[in-house]
Design a protein around this ligand. Structure first.
Ligand code: NAI
Length: 313
């Protein structure tokens, strides 16, 4: 399982590289979250503002349907729940549609809830006995996930600074919650406790990592590191990088549950479990003297090796 991303990739090779990397990430995400799902992903090459015509979505749905459930799709960057509802007309192998179309709705809310729990776990790990509510969090990208996250952070009493390439996304949060705003090119360099990358991938590279002024990085963006070596660069700077696929599993947990007969309580319990999984990954990493990225990868490999075939607990 994994979403379909609509993006104007410059070449087919670039699209293939991205989709393969994203699918691999979905496998690790499902394994660490304890889900009995493999990872997959799809891309539609084109500008999401123009390419998503009903005809194209119907054609895409027919391709999904031809795979007979070996790949189950859902939303990702550049796609909406309304698009999924359109796909659902031609194939059963789509989750995360609107409740009216039989789905569990937007996955951004459980993703933000899980991310918030992971931030709490990170603060507890770094400073036992302290609370996230006393902290300053800088959020890069306040779209579907980032906006819900900011609402949870503000409610918890956090100081919040945001940035987004879309001025409208930022204006709403300033008006409703009085959050501070930084230019997009400086948000990663804000002096804060946690930097949260919730925009697109690969915003953490050797240059931006050198400019970070936070204690930890905990964000939803898939593939937020330019490459895995970036986790070591952060460790060398004394910054705790909590792997994105550990902390952003809330959406997958929710939509994946549709395959097993959606159960709201089970979903809430599992999303809340991201807190404990994060703590366990950070504890494993500290105990073994490795990065949390390496500790999470180890967990994924162990779960895949065990590969229990049991139904969802
Ligand atoms: P979205 O497209 O709704 O929001 C992304 C936001 O980032 C937009 O407001 C956009 O204007 C902004 N943005 C783009 N480039 C930026 C930059 N350089 N600096 C600042 N802002 C920038 O996407 P969504 O759903 O909120 O997802 C955010 C990230 O979380 C993505 O990487 C996605 O793959 C990941 N994710 C999303 C899940 C979901 O359930 N929606 C689940 C797991 C991961």
């Amino acid at each position: 399982m994994g979403g379909v991303r609509c993006f104007p990739f410059p070449t087919g090779a670039a699209a293939l590289e991205d989709v393969t990397r994203l699918a691999r990430g979905m496998t690790a995400k499902a394994a660490v979250a304890g889900l009995d799902l493999g990872g997959g992903k799809a891309v539609i090459i084109g500008d999401p503002r123009t390419v998503r015509t009903p005809d194209l979505l119907d054609a895409f749905a027919r391709v999904i349907d031809s795979l007979a459930g070996r790949y189950v799709t859902t939303t990702d960057v550049g796609m909406t729940v309304a698009d999924l509802d359109r796909l659902r007309r031609s194939t059963a192998h789509v989750v995360g549609t609107s409740p009216a179309a039989g789905g569990s709705g937007s996955s951004a809310i459980p993703t933000a809830v899980g991310l918030f729990g992971a931030m709490q776990a990170t603060v507890e790990h770094l400073d036992p006995g302290s609370s996230l509510g006393d902290r300053h969090v800088a959020v890069q990208g306040v779209g579907k996930v980032g906006r819900h996250l900011v609402e949870l952070l503000v409610e918890a009493g956090c100081r919040v600074t945001v940035a987004d390439t879309d001025p409208a996304a930022v204006e709403g949060l300033v008006a409703d919650h009085g959050v501070a705003v930084e230019p997009v090119e400086r948000i990663h360099a804000v002096a804060c406790d946690i930097f949260s990358a919730c925009a697109l991938g690969a915003t953490l590279n050797p240059t931006t990592i050198g400019e970070l002024r936070c204690s930890a990085v905990v964000g939803s963006a898939n593939n937020q590191l330019a490459d895995d070596g970036c986790a070591s660069l952060m460790a060398e700077r004394g910054i705790l990088y909590v792997p994105n696929y550990v902390v952003n599993a809330g959406g997958l947990i929710a939509v994946g549950d549709e395959l097993f007969g959606y159960d709201e309580q089970r979903v809430s319990r599992r999303v809340a479990g991201i807190h404990d999984t994060t703590r366990a990954v950070l504890r494993d990493a500290a105990g073994a003297g490795i990065t949390p990225l390496a500790a999470a990868a180890e967990r994924a490999v162990q779960r895949l090796a065990g590969s229990p075939r049991s139904a969802v607990a």
